[in-house]
Design a protein around this ligand. Structure first.
Ligand SMILES: *Cc1c(COP(=O)(O)O)cnc(C)c1O
Length: 466
């Protein structure tokens, strides 16, 4: 059987000459086209040999051709591609966390297109630091003595621990040894940074005394980690960061906080109440605070480190900083967001615009759609109230009022409908509850609605499900 199939594989030349493959790969130069076909045929050959192929002698030719066309097309489209987020999760890690929106038109594209003063000080004509101005602005915003920006929050914590705590015992509550997803696990980051994890307290309750008994004056380091993506209820107790600062001060040891979400302000927004504010931790006297810039800070993937000048200066001198530093494009987008925060216009950040869109506006946007009626293949396509969430590990159980569509199709199960919408040229991603598909429009941008209209219309008619 396998030998039979192997013999039926098309040759590289057969695929290369095929008009459909040629039409699908005009963006590939000949050597790369040939290499693509070779590698696809090799993969099919390996699958046949290992018995993991589902091809038959009749289908193998077409299967290989289809794979080659699929791969060629995938290379043609720019990466990352646009996705319409109908999940109602504002900071969605799978979809690139905070949307950048107009931040992209606020950066100086002309400057970035040419040479820039990234590491040059015009006054002295000497080499300058790439993030000094940005660091000053961060200090202005948060009240920190000094600031540094690196690749992401994981990098920030790695650099902070490696610089301040390598070879030392770092005390963490057992309830804060969290996993964030995408392989960020506090114990593993600590190990990679060269410090020694010392767990204190219990899973559900940790008291200041647990830290006090384990800490050694002038030697240990105290670490506070935001629990982020889970909630503990019942017989629980955590040590407020203020108390850890008191202990750190008394013993002459630093307190580091992994804040995660990077909330700057947003007073009076109830859903955010339990979220720790970066500035509040610094006010309380935490020595070093790390956070992400692409969660509630509302900008591009970056890790922000804030804290005592001498500690930040040490980090800047670490070879790890050189490894984790940012490029000009990301610094520019971070700077654009920072300027909005400093202008007191954080609500104008794309993420916060979505958050603050009021119910009437959401209704008006849904009202602008021509919803297919009962004479179509849609059994139900109606506006419903929904609950959106912040996402990104912030206040995980809190939801807030939103609106969207409830979709039921006569010819497609909810899961099949979900697949249909999420495999469009511009994927539209919703969620299924009790055999219904929901699309939350709070996370839609205005130009997402015409795409949704097209999808609704296309699935209205007889045969739409085929
Ligand atoms: C999200 C998060 C991280 C990871 O942040 P990245 O920017 O993705 O590296 C680390 N710690 C906490 C508490 C978080 O919430």
């Amino acid at each position: 059987m396998a030998a039979h199939l192997l013999a039926a594989l098309p040759s590289v030349h057969e695929v290369l000459r095929h008009p459909e493959f040629q039409a699908a790969s005009p963006h590939l130069a000949d050597p790369y086209r040939a290499r693509l076909v070779q590698s696809v045929i090799q993969r099919h050959r390996d699958e046949l040999r290992s018995g993991t192929s589902s091809s038959t002698p009749e289908s193998i030719h077409l299967d290989v051709l289809r794979s080659c066309i699929g791969e060629a097309r995938a290379i043609a489209s720019p990466f990352p591609r646009r996705v319409i987020n109908g999940t109602g999760v504002l900071v969605h890690t799978n979809f690139g966390r905070a949307p950048l929106g107009e931040l992209l038109s606020r950066i100086d594209a002309r400057a970035l297109a040419g040479y820039t003063d990234l590491e040059w000080d015009p006054g002295s004509g000497q080499r300058g630091n790439r993030d000094v101005a940005l660091g000053r602005a961060l200090c202005l915003l948060t009240g920190a003595e000094a600031a540094l920006v690196v690749n992401n929050c994981a990098s920030a914590l790695l650099l902070g621990l490696n610089t301040l705590a390598a070879g030392k015992e770092v005390l963490v509550s057992r309830s804060e040894l969290v996993e964030i997803g995408g392989s960020f696990r506090v114990p593993e980051i600590m190990q990679a940074s060269g410090c020694v994890l010392r767990e204190v307290g219990t899973t559900n309750r940790t008291r200041l005394d647990d830290f006090a008994r384990a800490a050694r004056a002038g030697e240990s380091v105290l670490l506070k980690v935001h629990q982020s993506n889970f909630v503990q209820r019942g017989f629980v107790q955590q040590v407020p960061v203020q108390e850890m600062v008191g202990l750190g001060g008394a013993l002459g040891i630093p307190v580091i906080e992994d804040n995660g979400s990077g909330l700057m302000s947003a007073d009076g927004v109830a859903v955010l109440d339990p979220e720790p504010r970066v500035a509040a931790s610094l006010d309380a006297g935490v020595d070093v605070v790390c956070c992400s810039a692409d969660k509630l800070f509302g900008s591009i993937q970056t890790g922000i480190i804030l804290g005592r000048a001498e500690m930040i200066a040490k980090m800047r001198q670490s070879p790890l900083y050189r490894v984790l530093r940012l490029d000009k494009l990301r610094l520019a987008v971070l700077d654009a967001a920072l300027k909005l925060h400093l202008a007191g216009a954080g609500d104008d950040l794309p993420l916060w615009r979505l958050f603050h869109t009021d119910q009437a506006e959401l209704d008006a946007r849904i009202g602008g759609l021509r919803l297919p009626g009962p004479q179509t293949r849609w059994a139900s396509c109606r506006r419903v109230p929904l609950r959106a969430t912040l996402g990104g590990g912030s206040n995980p159980e809190a939801t807030f009022a939103s609106a969207g569509l409830e979709l039921v199709h006569r010819d497609l199960s909810a899961d099949a409908l979900k697949r249909r919408l999420s495999t469009r040229d511009v994927p539209i991603v919703g969620y299924v509850r009790q055999d219904r598909l929901y699309l939350d429009v709070r996370t839609f941008f205005p130009d997402d609605f015409p795409q949704l209209q097209r999808a609704l219309d296309e699935l209205s008619g007889e045969g739409a499900a085929e």
